[in-house]
Design a protein around this ligand. Sequence first.
Ligand code: PLP
Ligand code: COI
Length: 346
Amino acid sequence: MSELGKKVQLDWAKIGFKYHNTDYRFRAKWVNGEWDDGELIESSSITVSEGAPALHYAQQCFEGMKAQTAVDGRVLLFRPSLNAERMHRTAERLLMPPVSDSLFINAVEQAVRANYRWIPPFGSGASLYIRPMLIGVGENLGLRPAEEFEFRVFCSPVGPYYSEGGLGSISLAVSDYDRAAPQGTGSYKAGANYAAGLLATKDAVALGADEALYLDSRERRFIDEAGSANILVLMDNDKLVTPASSAILPSITRRSIMSLAEVDLNLRVEERAIDLREEFQNFAEMAACGTAAVLSPVKKVWFDGQWHPVGQSVKTPVMQTLYDKLVGIQSGILPDYSHWVHSVDL
Ligand code: PLP
Ligand code: COI
């Protein structure tokens, strides 16, 4: 590729988690009952009818992924087939035509390759965030699915999601609002879940927290997840526990970390309901994890009108080790025994 080597000049350490209008995006259209082959386009705008179901009834979903420059210059995706699978599942739940795994992966690869100059260099602490999205377009008024759809993949270079970044610790505030009902759409990556969470995030930030923490909506006892990440808890220094809940997003990062904890760190791993108030005193370490969040230790949690510090000390050695292993594999520093990374042909 002729553009190889030429990078945009950005202060990678300071870019934060913001939108940058990069050079190309991939777009495919579903018209007359099938997906076209799709193509790379330059315009970042989408023109849709005012009757588009994505605008009225939130018939839309999305994914979040990252491409990293490896130590040897390769460009690596992390477990992209799991994003393809999750978008397929969400599309079926929202009555949208699923994008095949091959169209999904091909679209992501094309978008990453075409925006090569925007991929942050190895060691910069930044990465190229990839946002696949599926929206119901066309004209409609009554509550029924769209007849036309657009699948789009755009990219934007990003730094750490939370202000402190890297392994800087964050604080979470238990929300007065519910994120998702047990049989609702919480386990799907539907934009509607996030619209409902905007006020909860605002309230959490007003309390000085980085993010809202949701409890289960049936009993308001058990930890569900944070607004943009799943939760991990180290208990008794030898057990990594993550909430079992039908209302949370099945995080790819969380699944990977649980596997690293079990296989590489010999920790006991459990997926079960975690009663926040009953068990909080047993939390040795706590973290939020996700594509944007990576693995961010939680230093304190707001609930019942006050802040509660996590654990005995501010150090989080187990979360640090898990972070190093995860990021090491994602950036090609550590061996990838489980075949999680996917190298994009340049
Ligand atoms: N939970 C929510 C609500 C999210 O938005 C995300 C981000 O994608 C996650 C969890 C983490 O999922 P993943 O690790 O697949 O990015
Ligand atoms: C991600 O981590 O990829 C997400 O989609 C979360 C989003 C709120 C930035």
